[in-house]
Design a protein around this ligand. Structure first.
Ligand SMILES: [Zn+2]
Length: 328
């Protein structure tokens, strides 16, 4: 065979292989979920044992993407809204945030980032800053007791410059892992976003909780329980909110993007998944754990920090509960 012919065949084969891989990346991926055994619940849940806790999602920005990018194996092109949010939690023991949304000056921090980064992961539409959300509610940064960070990716620490001085509570595993590279990546973006707010590290070193391997009971009364949901990052941390004035709630950080990630289960499209996930096998195991938990607890909303749809549904139901109790 002539060399030119060989090169042509080689090109065609590589092209076909590339095309095959590209198509394959949109197909469902097999998850080992068959050997699941139904688990006993830790304790019967009795809402009256818990305080009233007010939960408000503060949406600061969004990106709209086709569903197959958010959920591998989804065959519709339905647009999915990926939100950038903080959660404001009013608990009798503290007024605090879970993640921080976006600050007023977020674009200034992103100026020196690569064009690729700004056009992909950081390609959000700004809606409302954390500062403006807090002001609307008459809250000054000094009124906040702390901000608990689900993990240390840039988009979860991006509101911190709007709350100077507020202590940051961080899972020690996450902090130690970030020291190995994340803090300094992209010209120290995460380190700069975190400013000089004081940091307090916590450990999820207490007993397993609701099928998750360990926990940390934040106030010692069982109302706010943190559990490790690792894989997206080493110390991605979920938060159970157990309360008497509404449904129990489970915040997931970035263990999933949208509910379909744990309901199927399915990762995001591998192009994004491989860029944002620190440990593929662990992150997929976490999705399986969430899949199992969701099957057993259809009454508990499992809300990921970018899941605009579930956040809106939750906020609508919260307003309904408020109206109903106001009418009583
Ligand atoms: Zn994120």
């Amino acid at each position: 065979m002539k060399v030119t012919k060989l090169v042509a065949w080689g090109g065609i084969t590589l092209g076909a292989l590339g095309m095959g891989l590209a198509i394959n990346s949109f197909l469902p991926q097999r998850f080992l979920i068959d050997d699941w055994v139904e688990q006993e619940a830790d304790l019967p849940f009795n809402a009256v044992n818990f305080p009233e806790v007010e939960v408000t999602f503060l949406r600061c920005g969004r990106i709209t993407i086709p569903e197959p990018i958010a959920v591998r194996g989804a065959f519709t092109l339905t647009p999915r809204v990926i939100s950038h949010s903080a959660v404001l939690i009013r608990h009798p023991r503290a007024l605090f945030l879970y993640d921080t949304g976006l600050s007023t000056d977020i674009y200034m921090y992103l100026l020196d980032q690569s064009l690729f980064f700004r056009k992909t992961l950081a390609n959000f539409q700004f809606e409302q800053s954390l500062d403006s959300h807090l002001k609307e509610r008459g809250i000054a940064p000094s009124d906040l007791d702390f901000a608990l960070l689900s993990h240390l990716h840039w988009d979860h620490v991006s509101g911190i410059s709007d709350i100077p001085g507020v202590p940051l509570r961080i899972n020690r595993v996450e902090y130690e892992a970030a020291k190995l590279g994340l803090f300094e990546a992209g010209n120290g973006l995460v380190r700069r976003l975190m400013g000089d707010n004081p940091m307090e590290l916590f450990d999820c070193a207490e007993a397993s909780y609701e099928g998750f391997r360990s926990s940390f009971d934040l106030f010692g009364d069982g109302s706010i329980v943190l559990v490790p949901l690792p894989g997206h990052t080493a110390g991605n941390t979920g938060m159970f909110i157990n309360r008497s004035n509404g449904p129990r709630l489970f915040l997931l950080g970035d263990a999933a993007w949208v509910s379909q990630n744990y309901l199927r289960p399915a990762t995001m499209h591998p192009f994004i998944w491989s860029r944002v996930t620190s440990d593929d096998a662990t992150a997929r195991q976490t999705l399986i754990n969430l899949y199992n938990f969701a099957r057993q607890h259809s009454e508990i909303p499992l809300i990921a920090m970018h899941d605009a749809e579930l956040q809106e549904t939750f906020m609508r139901s919260e307003r309904q509960v408020e109206t109903d109790s106001g009418m009583r």
